[in-house]
Design a protein around this ligand. Structure first.
Ligand SMILES: CCCCCCC[C@@H](O)CC(=O)SCCNC(=O)CCNC(=O)[C@H](O)C(C)(C)COP(=O)(O)OP(=O)(O)OC[C@H]1O[C@@H](n2cnc3c(N)ncnc32)[C@H](O)[C@@H]1OP(=O)(O)O
Length: 286
């Protein structure tokens, strides 16, 4: 059972994370970039000598990340039943292609949806460049703890979600994820067994391991900059979304977009099952 006071007060030691070109490429490979090695857009993210090579902004999700801390028994969290519910990232400065970042994580809120309905755990992480002290990014997430409702906490406030425009999407971009995407993506630092272990996936109620939500987010981020920023992935300065349904590795993610100036509303569906997997998306291009 969650102890709300203890969880809200949980201390996370600052994490120092040094990364380089190899990590940047591994992250991109985890999104399924590099499966089309003659495509310059894939090379831009996976080959350090390609023109325009750099870290994809959504990589902030895996940098100076505290790991799957929910598995630690003192959290009271039923980690097998966790799903990623929402995520946002804001780039305050460009993400360097290599460097050392300091990550500081904190729990920012808890919502009790009630017994049998689950709980929401809100967290936030700041990423600061160790060498310059520059704040690079703020990353925030909502974890949907499906088995942990009913701990006696408040049922709100919840974060407002972005409403998509009431018109057909202006454009879309398709990207097929590789069957082994989750096994590669996890090497960037998200080792939740749900994405690799068939037995754990079954316990969680799935037929097989599902893709990391943050991998799908990375695909959508890249797709938006492919469709609307001439492939300049570094144009992305903000992104927020809700994860509405799981993605299985190997599925094709279609990102549907509406552009209003620098703001891009978006959602994504899996073509093979015609299910919306990411919704209420808002991205900003600089
Ligand atoms: C703590 C350590 C950090 C760990 C982070 C996670 C680590 C990762 O490795 C884990 C992952 O990557 S999991 C993969 C990515 N995520 C997913 O696949 C989840 C997809 N979403 C779902 O399955 C459902 O939306 C589901 C199940 C989330 C909700 O579906 P339903 O229960 O059917 O919800 P619904 O009846 O539609 O709504 C009930 C109330 O919940 C709110 N809500 C719905 N979806 C939400 C979401 N995605 N995030 C936050 N809130 C959400 C609704 O608004 C509704 O609220 P209210 O009761 O106030 O009306």
């Amino acid at each position: 059972m969650i102890d709300p006071d203890a969880l809200l007060a949980r201390q996370f030691a600052p994490i120092e994370h040094s990364y380089d070109t190899r990590d940047v490429i591994l992250y991109a490979l985890g999104l399924g970039l590099g499966t089309d090695p003659l495509n310059p857009a894939h090379l831009r993210a996976t080959y350090e000598r390609a023109e325009g090579f750099g870290a994809l902004p959504a990589m902030v999700n895996v940098l100076a990340y505290p790991g799957f801390w929910a598995m630690e028994p003192d959290t009271g969290i039923t980690w097998q039943k966790l799903l990623h519910g929402e995520q946002s990232l804001t780039l305050h400065a460009p993400l360097p292609a290599k460097g050392t970042l300091i990550g500081q994580t904190r729990i920012t809120g808890l919502v009790d949806k009630g017994e049998g309905k689950g709980a929401l755990i809100y967290s936030e992480r700041t990423l600061t460049d160790k060498a310059t002290g520059t704040l690079i990014a703020t990353v925030a997430g909502t974890t949907f703890a499906r088995a942990d409702g009913g701990f006696g906490g408040a049922s709100g406030p919840t974060k407002p979600v972005h409403t998509l425009p009431d018109r057909a999407p202006d454009c879309h971009f398709d990207h097929q994820t590789p069957e082994g995407a989750a096994l590669i993506y996890r090497l960037s630092g998200d080792y939740n067994p749900l994405h690799a272990d068939p037995a754990i996936a079954t316990q969680a109620g799935f037929t097989r391991p599902i893709l990391h939500g943050l991998c799908s987010l990375g695909v959508a981020s890249w797709s938006i900059t492919q469709a609307l920023a001439d492939g300049r992935s570094e144009a992305l300065t903000h992104l927020q979304l809700r994860f509405t349904s799981p993605v299985y590795p190997g599925e094709t993610i279609r990102t549907e977009m509406w552009q209003d100036g620098a703001d891009v509303s978006f959602r994504a569906r899996v073509l093979e099952r015609d299910v919306v997997v990411l919704n209420n998306g808002l991205a900003r291009l600089g």
